[in-house]
Write a protein that binds this ligand. Sequence first.
Ligand code: GLY
Length: 315
Amino acid sequence: MNQGIVVASANGAIGLPAAIDVLRGGGSAMDAVIAGIRLVEANPDDHTVGYSGLPNMLGDVELDASVMEGRGLRAGAVGALKGYQDAADLARKVMETLPHVLIAGDGARQLAAELDFEPRDLLTPEAREIWSQRLHDDADRDASYLGRVRELVTASATDPDFAGIDEIPHGTVNFIARDRQGDFACAVSTSGWAWKYPGRMGDSPIIGAGNYVDNRWGGAACTGRGEMAQRCLTAHSVVTFMRCGMTLDEALEQAMNDLAHLDDPYKSEMNIVALDRDGNPGAASTAKDKTYALMTEDMEIPEERPRTHVHVPGT
Ligand code: GLY
């Protein structure tokens, strides 16, 4: 029997005890990642995920999420979901109740209503204030939408105190678990790129971009600017590189190095957490001094560990 382990992006630490409790009770990796991620989606202090997430350019909060199982590669995802907080759980329901993988927009909302998910106004006064202030307050700002978004991306990449919160404008939460049976599961949830164009979906609901897990090789999940992971299929790349014989650290570095080849004026931070097939954890970031969180069954509290820094020009 394996010892259960859960890794998460740093903002997932508040959900790790709940996730590991599921594994201690003999529960599945999928139940564990959902138990953990629900708490992050409900956290009013996290403006990158679920309730209180930062909204799109129109002021609407739109959530993206996905889940995947390492045994059999079942997957589900929702995109541009409005009015419901539990996006990862809804992604799981897509996997379990529909013959589809990704449901977006009105369809995702309809499914949530049909399944009696609890509706909620996701925009909090604090998130509205951050959104409004950053979008409108500079007198000399570039008036075009593209120009303004570019300024916001640059500011968030270069100013560590940008809006006073971590990993915006494209923060996200990742969970990957391995249970006692040796099965892996992964969950990702996000309110996406703050100030995004309505309907924009990042890497989080795209299986292989923001999230991929395969019992045979391990799993990986991303936070950071989703368009980069979409174009390089970053999570799938990490798993594939391990399949081809690389160690976890080598696979993380190679996946990051691939991002250097992107022709992308909005290139910015990318972060990956991962487990190899033996349940060994690892994480990397294109930014310095970043951390991730993990918990095993024999830990009392989550542990924060440094991510390997991989320099990617332009990020
Ligand atoms: N990684 C989250 C996003 O780009 O939406």
